[in-house]
Design a protein around this ligand. Structure first.
Ligand code: RAM
Length: 392
């Protein structure tokens, strides 16, 4: 019976690995899945049915079996601890997927999880939530910052109370965090997107960026990186005509796209490094029937972009990139648990095992703080979009 449970767990881990696998990390993750199964076996032999304990821990706040479940998952007793995640804003499926991944790991380990989605993507809305979480006495806060500096007083106050603060997706300044779970390297994203613009434009012509909010650190660092890449001679025939902001609101992103199309009749490419923006732009371009003239690339969710990806003149987006937002949330949860247990402090050079995601190392970030990079961006094109659209 126990052996069956273990092999079922191993199979589930391997299937999950195949689903989430973005090329190079597959081997690492499969190894990690095996290690996890071995740990599970040890815990199972030591007594108690871990599978049952895990699912109970996910649904009940009672103690008891939770301790066993937590030990089986991460080595530390997380029962009684509350781990919070604050996303950029409600109503964005990308943010919801991050929160789902975070919650799944915390629940699975037997901890308590609090998910907060501010109504709008502003620093003010997040400050209110941070203050509430401090008053509630949570052990950790993982936040996708709506501003690099503005959250510092609230996050510092949280850290002064012993709360472990880390950021994910969009960074806050180094004084406001222990570390940052970064979806992919900033320059890697900048280079990848610039090369896509170069390729899709045919090497020359006008292009524009459709971003999220003007305060979003992730967007701004990717845009800065693209501009740096563009200084190279290779990109000299490209003209960046405007950076427009749709604030990660669908209608505003639609309006901004319409304005770009109207103001720049020779526009060849729009690059939207935001899942909300790219989907809005894709719809506008196709609805206006100009997909033969204006092309789109950027960062998009395969589930939202499947209808717009194609090589012909009726489709707006030849290809785009992203990473698994569920994994960004999952790694943030493992990071929060490791910070709370004291396994890591957030210093460069520290390593820890993020459950079945495998081992990660904390590295120095360009802003003087530290970061943990989830993995490289993954390309979605007509050859694979149908395989991915139901995954995330
Ligand atoms: C949007 C948000 C998020 C970003 C993705 C790519 O959903 O702006 O912060 O990481 O796009």
């Amino acid at each position: 019976m126990k052996k069956k449970v273990i092999s079922a767990l191993l199979c589930m881990s391997m299937v999950a690995t195949m689903m989430a696998g973005c090329g190079s990390s597959e081997t690492k993750t499969t190894e990690a899945a095996k290690t996890e199964a071995a740990k599970t076996e040890a815990a199972t032999e030591a007594g108690g049915d871990t599978t049952e304990a895990k699912s109970e821990a996910a649904t009940t706040e009672a103690a008891g079996d939770e301790t066993e479940a937590a030990k089986a998952d991460g080595g530390a007793d997380v029962s009684g601890n509350t781990y919070a995640i604050v996303t950029k804003a409600a109503g964005n499926p990308y943010n919801e997927k991050e929160a789902t991944g975070f919650q799944e790991v915390i629940d699975g380990a037997g901890g308590k999880c609090v998910v907060k989605h501010p109504e709008s993507a502003t620093a003010e809305a997040q400050i209110t939530m941070i203050n509430e979480l401090v008053a509630q006495g949570v052990q950790s806060i993982s936040i996708a910052g709506n501003d690099f500096d503005a959250l510092q007083p609230a996050l510092k106050a949280a850290m002064d109370k012993g709360i472990q603060v880390s950021s994910l997706d969009a960074n806050v300044n180094p004084d406001s965090r222990k570390t940052f779970v970064n979806q992919a390297g900033v320059d890697q994203i900048g280079q990848t997107l610039m090369d896509a613009v170069l390729d899709i434009s045919g090497g020359e012509g006008q292009w524009a960026i459709l971003s999220a909010t003007s305060q979003a650190t992730n967007q701004n660092s990717w845009i800065e990186s693209m501009k740096k890449v563009m200084e190279d001679e290779k990109y000299s025939k490209l003209e960046l005509v405007e950076v427009a902001y749709g604030d990660d609101e669908y209608q505003k992103s639609v309006d901004q796209t319409q304005a770009l199309l109207q103001n720049y009749p020779d526009l060849k490419v729009i690059c939207a490094p935001t899942t909300v923006g790219i989907m809005a732009a894709a719809k506008v371009i196709q609805d206006q029937g100009v997909a033969d003239k204006v092309k789109l690339t950027g960062l998009g969710l395969p589930s939202e972009m499947a209808d717009y990806i194609g090589d012909d003149d009726t489709h707006s987006c030849p290809y785009m990139y992203l990473w698994n937002p569920i994994d960004v949330g999952r790694l943030s949860a493992y990071t929060s648990m490791a910070l709370v247990s004291g396994e890591i402090t957030g210093a460069a050079g520290e390593k820890f095992t993020a459950g079945d995601m495998g081992e990660y190392e904390i590295t120095a970030a360009a802003d003087g703080g530290t970061e943990i990079i989830v993995g490289p961006p993954f390309k979605f094109d007509p050859s694979n979009i149908n395989d991915w659209k139901s995954v995330y």
